[in-house]
Write a protein that binds this ligand. Sequence first.
Ligand code: SD4
Length: 297
Amino acid sequence: MPTVVATWPFGQTAVRAALPLLRQGRPALDVALAGAQAIEDDPAIHSVGYGGIGNSIGTVSLDACVMDGRTLHCGGVAAVENVRHVAALARRVMERTPHVLLVGEGARLFAVQQGFPLDTLLTPESVAEWYKTRPKPNANPAPNPRDQGHDTVTVLVLDQKGSLGGVCTTSGLAHKLPGRVGDSPLIGSGLYVDDTAGAAGATGVGEEIIRISGSFFVVEQMRAGRTPQEACEAAVRRLSSVAVRRGVHPARVAFLALDVKGRVGAAATSRTNFQYAVSKGNKVELVQAREIDAEGK
Ligand code: SD4
């Protein structure tokens, strides 16, 4: 059953944008990219693409990656400024270079070379939001960067031919340090897709996701025979047990997975309130993910 899933309530917009391409029989990656791009283009979404919230010095710095489950071809870009469609840029890295990941100024030069327009990604609203949410120097208690605004879009697709593809794109943690890269552009952390096992994506505090190679972990659980739901729950338990070992409360993180049978699963740490959008034929449903506490329950 061809399927599109996407993270967070705004994932409904992504699924709606992706569905016509899915119906046309387009490859999974084309479908996922169309979904992700609809979010990158939406200035009302302050965590992805145009209108994303700036880093600690107010610059929008984007991360993205793509992966094709049939060939394991993949590409990513990290800490890119002034390019709106970073998921498409990640795909160019995959298709037009021998590399997997380009960062910063190199990624921006590659974008120019490939004909991507350079633009400001700030909007009056995102600048106002940046000022409003900016950590105050003497705030008491100090804001926890692990709890600050973050909502990446990950789109996973099972196409008509039974192949999987995925795209992940974000402006990352709001007010992050300049140069900080999260999980989202890293193959295996923010995204992993393999037709012989399944597809998975992550959202939330990237440092914790990277620490356990989160999306790769989920896919390997599916390879070992777990359902997408069981695989996501296993990843949240692993992440939580690592947090407990480190003496910290598990950060807000969620995993989303899809397998070649069209089965979907998701799980999140406590208080993440993670919802995802999933296609049901021509309709789009919003589903609340199961939360797992620090004890793994
Ligand atoms: C990051 N994982 O940069 C991203 C942020 C985010 O939902 O997801 N959010 O760490």
